[in-house]
Design a protein around this ligand. Structure first.
Ligand code: UD1
Ligand code: CA
Length: 478
């Protein structure tokens, strides 16, 4: 849903956003762009991009390093609202902004680093409102950082002049360097056009820094306005360790959101709920549970400790016992799964079905009230209602080349430890004997027994013990 802006109308002509997403991610050390790395199921660059979309701000994205990957994931999530500009050589944040000039049309440009996923729309609204109200030439966001601010530009304001000194050039004391630059700027377009021509190349890094604009603005006697926010809202991510810290904060935000909607978490600090998940009220979620994006959980469900629900749908009052993996599957009302069950690519486990310990179900449908309670593999099967699958039953669905379907109709009772060699059909109300290897269809109401006949040899052990070879062996052992 779009949020409405509180600053003057005509937002689109007033403010245009630029997201800087071309950097090389060197400090991330993964050999890939940090901007394409997901936090709680959403890639880093999509955080600022979604936020700008929710504010209806037209947005330019600067891409460069791994441009195709970054572009594709933005296009997949935001089909129309953005324009892409390529920064062919990554020569710094100032240079990235220079690359966008042909796309400018609004009165002010909002520049945001692409690596700050904790940023909120309230902060952007406040920045725009205050920038308009104070009629500043440049406004930017700062934060007081009490821990040592590794890698952040320090904001030095002596009352006369304000400037940002990059971490590597900062020589002041720890206390002098506590106010840091967040990496979010709102700048008058005409001024920016001119000021960019005054940026100097930094010899040591061979880059142009957007942060030098503050010094240029201040020296020109133009108004620079700052707004201070808390450090957690503007944390930037350069390293994997910073990513872990930010992801923890995002997890907490998501879980707090669901708590407010009546979802109970046994150990919230151990639980991961990704973005794009829906959870109904009075659902209980155990320790170590992970619910991935695209999952839909109904009301009054229980998800036991250390279970994963991956892009799956649970209807209402479903019980998932501990240590289950439910992936790309759909479980209907009142079904019970687990413990230790694995359900994948299964579009329907129907209502009140019971799937028990060490049961794997793949590419199948399971009818209402059907039970498979122990140690089974069910693959490519269509199982009707009120079926009972005995312990240890396996659908032998793969002949080494192709997969085949096992069809088990309503009210069938499959004995324990059966092998059902697919393709095969067990008609309604039929039964199979324990230990059977079922290779042929079983007719309606029939009992299929497909195992070797038992032969009892009377008094066999006594005769066996009196044979000369048995006696000799017993003597030898003594
Ligand atoms: C930057 C700021 C610093 C601030 C910090 C906040 C500069 C020079 N420094 O430092 O003052 O405290 O953010 O987190 O701006 N990028 C490009 N093209 C480039 C280089 C970078 O698009 O040529 C993008 C990156 O992908 C990233 C963003 O710009 O999303 C910021 O770049 P980064 O290298 O992370 O800047 P910092 O060193 O963190
Ligand atoms: Ca950064």
């Amino acid at each position: 849903m779009k949020e409405s802006l509180t600053f003057p109308s005509q937002a689109e002509t007033l403010v245009q956003a630029i997201v800087l997403a071309a950097g090389k991610s060197t400090r991330f050390a993964m050999g890939s762009s940090k901007l394409a790395f997901p936090l709680c199921g959403r890639e880093m660059v999509l955080y600022p991009v979604s936020l700008l979309e929710s504010l209806s701000l037209p947005t330019i994205i600067v891409t460069g390093y791994q441009k195709d990957i970054v572009t594709q994931l933005i296009q997949a999530a935001h089909p129309q609202s953005v324009v892409f500009v390529e920064q062919v050589e990554q020569r710094g944040t100032g240079h990235a902004v220079m690359c966008t000039q042909t796309e400018w049309h609004a009165e002010h440009l909002l520049i945001i680093n692409g690596d700050m996923p904790l940023i909120t729309s309230e902060l952007i609204q406040q920045l725009i409102n205050e920038h308009c109200k104070t009629q500043a030439t440049v406004s930017f966001v700062t934060a007081a950082c009490l821990e040592y601010p590794h890698g952040y530009g320090r904001v030095i304001n002596n009352g006369q002049k304000i400037q940002i000194i990059e971490a590597r050039d900062f020589t002041g004391t720890r206390q002098e360097g506590q106010c840091i630059n967040a990496g979010v700027y709102l700048i008058n377009r005409e001024f920016l056009q001119d000021a960019l021509t005054h940026l100097n190349l930094h010899e040591n890094s061979q880059e142009w820094y957007i942060t030098d604009l503050i010094d240029i603005t201040s020296k020109a006697g133009k108004k620079v306005h700052t707004i201070e926010t808390d450090f957690d809202t503007i944390r930037g991510i350069n390293t994997i360790s910073e990513l872990a810290t930010a992801e923890k904060i995002i997890r907490e935000r998501i879980i707090t959101h669901w708590m407010k909607k009546g979802v109970y978490f046994e150990q919230p600090e151990t639980t991961i709920i990704e973005h794009d998940v829906i959870i109904g009220p009075a659902t209980r979620i155990g320790a170590g549970v992970h619910i991935t994006k695209g999952s839909r959980i109904g009301a009054r469900c229980t998800i036991g400790n250390h279970s994963t629900i991956d892009a799956s749908t649970l209807a209402d009052q479903v019980t998932i016992l501990p240590h289950c993996v439910i992936a790309q599957s759909e479980i209907h009302d009142h079904a019970t799964i687990g413990p230790f069950a694995h359900i994948r690519n299964t579009h329907s486990i129907h209502e009140r079905a019971t799937i028990g310990n060490f049961v794997e179900i793949s590419n199948s449908t399971v009818g209402a009230y059907t039970k498979a309670k122990h140690l089974s593999y069910i693959g490519n099967a269509i199982i009707g209602e009120r079926v009972n699958i005995g312990a240890g039953t396996i659908t032998c669905n793969y002949d080494g080349v192709r997969k085949h379907v096992t069809t088990i109709k309503d009210n069938v009772k499959v004995g324990s430890n059966n092998c059902l060699i697919a393709p095969v059909v067990l008609e309604q109300n039929s039964m199979t004997a324990a230990g059977s290897v079922i290779t042929q269809n079983v007719p309606r109401d029939a009992l299929a027994i497909a195992r070797a006949h038992q032969v009892n040899k009377e008094n066999y052990t006594k005769r066996f013990e009196s044979t000369p070879s048995f006696v000799a062996a017993a003597v030898h052992e003594k």
